[in-house]
Design a binder for this molecule. Structure first.
Ligand code: GUN
Length: 298
């Protein structure tokens, strides 16, 4: 048996096209473009690439992009002051502070300062509380993108056994909440879980978000399961190469021999994250401007 490779790149392109359509109708109704602000502190090369990509795709979807690049030694008070300004700016519907922040900054305080109505990352205490309570709100981008891929493939997820490997605030915890909301039986596994291969073998749905290259092996996977690989890990370069290969948290070739469907790395979950960020920004814009958007339209 050979599994389906889930094409996250194509799904993300479709979502961006829908976002662009609704961004145009929003502009006609509201008399302004929806706006997304992205804040980057320091010069981490990977973060610079992500932030540039976010800004480009925001503009391509017909929204206004506001980019703030602050020096690595930015003071906590100055970053908080910027968040306050963006909170008060009516042209800004969504605010994303790129993580991780430099070590001297208090990430939790900065994130908590974001107006929950502009919290396109879904990381403020109010957004995560709403998710836990099953109330409408903004949901973290990578888990929501993963859920979209799962529902596209499987339809109704009711009653399925889901194992989420990883308990981060950005992915593992919100992913588990989303799957619970879809009536899955959810297990959150992590670095201290005993008999991890056995736990994973029970799962109809596996979401791997641990940041350990190719940790999930083919023989951990139940035949026919759907495997969502959130990991993006760069291996050490092979001889004569400048850069190492990008791999996920799943041994993809092995998994493809057993699973029903697997997301590849790259080209699986990765492209979904920014597409969902744009979706969240547009949803926030409609709410902030009081313009109606049909439930589930995006
Ligand atoms: N760094 C890596 N992924 C993310 C994300 O989804 N949001 C933010 N703010 N920072 C990140």
């Amino acid at each position: 048996m050979s599994a389906t490779v889930i094409d996250g790149k194509a799904f993300a392109a479709g979502l961006r096209a829908r976002v662009a359509g609704f961004a145009a109708s929003f502009e006609r109704s509201a008399g302004r473009k929806a706006g997304l602000a992205v804040v980057l502190v320091g010069e981490d090369p990977a973060s610079q690439v992500y932030v540039a990509s976010k800004a480009r795709q925001t503009v391509e979807c017909g929204m206004a992009s506001f980019e703030y690049k602050l020096p690595v030694d930015t003071a906590q008070t100055d970053l908080i002051a910027l968040v306050d300004r963006l909170n008060a700016d009516p042209a800004v519907d969504g605010i994303l502070v790129q993580l991780p922040l430099p070590k001297h900054l208090d990430e939790q305080e900065v994130v908590a300062r974001i107006n929950p109505d502009k919290d396109v990352d879904g990381l403020t205490p109010l957004s995560s509380g709403r998710l836990a309570l099953g109330q409408p709100g903004l949901v973290p981008c990578t888990p929501l993108g993963s859920l979209m891929l799962l529902k596209d493939r499987l339809g109704d997820l009711t009653g399925l056994d889901a194992v989420v490997i990883g308990r981060s605030i950005l992915v593992g915890k919100p992913m588990a909440q989303l799957l619970l909301g879809e009536n899955c039986t959810v297990t959150i596994a992590h670095s201290r879980t005993r008999n991890l291969p056995e736990v994973v073998r029970r799962a109809d749905i596996v979401v791997a978000a641990v940041g350990r290259p190719e940790m999930v092996k083919g023989d951990w996977i139940k035949p026919g399961a759907t495997v969502i690989d959130v990991g993006i890990n760069r291996l050490p370069p092979e001889e004569g190469k400048a850069k190492g290969r990008l791999v996920g948290d799943v041994a993809t070739t092995e998994a493809l021999a057993v699973a029903g469907a697997v997301t590849p790395v790259p080209g699986g979950v990765g492209p979904m994250t920014i597409a969902v960020l744009l979706r969240n920004a547009l949803v926030a814009a409609h709410r902030n401007a009081g313009v109606a958007l049909a439930d589930g339209a995006l």
